[in-house]
Design a protein around this ligand. Structure first.
Ligand code: NAD
Length: 353
């Protein structure tokens, strides 16, 4: 190992060191090495593999703090399995699935950083069993997703996507595009966490009445928002002109919008899903849209990404569906914030005590 000025030696800090890494420089763990040891061939440095496209702020900050960083944004699952054993830290977004197999191959892995919110692409149970810490950056996409949802709402009620398509064909179909207004309508927010709350705040400024279904959130938070809690999901669905889903994917939320719950929805309502694809049973959503039970839907997330089944393709092709390819968090601001958050948390996790 050559000279690595300022490189970060592994030290005793959470997450706990796996046995193989508990000595370095020939010394017991937990000691901050004197400068001379930094150049010893026995010192183990913290190596970071970034396996998905993460803003360069992440690698820049880690390198400045002395970490060794490899960026392999297009790495295949096979190749990742082959090389992950060389790294102490793995950073991913949503493309790379960190499976049990990958975790088992990560002999030195101590930390997995997910630039984003959901941890459903990481086998957190296997990571925990091996003492590997998993961190994410849940705040990064709050504003980005909330703004996308507001644009979806406006698109749905005014048919902006259809008017735009028509104009691009050289048409002037002024009479075709009669919409409705958000003002005075009831927005049903399912899941009033970070994103749900940000959507509710924005929708209030459009003059909407907000009703909320959430199994955990405090009455006080709902009151401060000037919103109203519904006792059940069914009540929310019956009363909302627009329903927007902001729950995490859990066994209880998987397909919470299904044949039964879709039959309760107020006729002519709109549904927005920018949470996780599996929260909605999209085969039944397709039926509800074709039958006119729902006036429209906006989707950013899908069970298969990209959609592959014929019925999924039919769903996104419907004129009353506004579809985006899971871009909720894709603003420059959100990506930079996520990259910085993950880098800083990794630097802190490896700081000597
Ligand atoms: P959060 O954890 O802050 O909020 C989730 C809320 O859902 C909490 O208030 C929780 O109490 C509530 N909840 C949990 N189980 C529930 C249930 N069974 N019924 C009703 N409410 C329930 O999460 P967040 O950061 O606001 O993210 C919300 C969703 O958005 C997640 O699914 C996340 O993966 C997704 N997301 C999507 C994108 C995108 O690109 N489209 C980006 C970021 C996050």
């Amino acid at each position: 190992m050559g000279k690595r000025n300022g490189a970060v030696p592994i030290c005793d800090r959470t997450p706990p060191l796996p046995p193989a890494l508990q000595i370095y420089g020939g010394k017991r763990k937990g000691l901050i090495q004197p400068p001379s040891i930094l150049h010893s061939p026995k010192v183990i440095y913290v190596r970071v593999l970034i396996a998905d496209e993460v803003d360069q702020e992440c690698s820049a900050r880690l390198r400045a703090a002395g970490f060794e960083v490899s960026e392999r944004f297009d790495i295949s699952a096979e190749e990742l399995k082959r090389v992950v054993g060389d790294y102490e830290v793995l950073i991913v977004r949503s493309r790379t699935k960190v499976t049990q197999e990958i975790i088992e191959s990560g002999r030195r892995l101590r930390l997995i950083g997910r630039v984003g919110v959901g941890l459903d692409t990481i086998d957190t149970k296997s990571a925990e069993a091996k003492g590997i810490k998993v961190i994410n950056s849940p705040q990064m996409s709050t504003v980005a997703v909330a703004e996308l949802v507001m644009s979806m709402m406006l698109n749905l009620v005014r048919g902006v996507h259809l008017a735009n398509e028509s104009m691009k064909k050289g048409l002037w179909e002024k009479k075709r595009f009669h919409g409705t207004e958000l003002n005075g309508k009831t927005l049903g927010v399912v899941g009033l966490g970070r994103i749900g709350k940000a959507v509710a705040e924005r929708a209030k400024s459009f003059g909407m009445k907000i009703i909320v279904y959430d199994v955990i959130v405090d009455d006080e938070i709902i009151k401060r928002l000037g919103a109203e809690r519904t006792a059940t999901l069914e009540e929310l669905l019956k009363r909302s002109d627009i329903v927007t889903l902001h729950v995490p994917l859990l066994p209880e939320t998987r397909r919470m919008i299904n044949e039964r719950t879709l039959s309760i929805v107020k006729p002519g309502a709109y549904l927005i899903n920018a949470s996780r694809g599996e929260v909605v049973d999209c085969k039944h959503l397709l039926e509800a849209l074709k039958s006119g039970r729902l006036a429209g839907a906006a989707l950013d997330v899908y069970e298969n990404e990209p959609p592959k089944e014929p019925w999924e393709k039919e769903l996104v092709a419907l004129p009353n569906v506004v579809a985006t390819p899971h871009v909720g968090a894709q603003t420059r601001e959100a990506q930079v914030l996520g990259a910085i958050t993950i880098a800083e948390n990794i630097i802190n996790a490896f700081k000597p005590l």
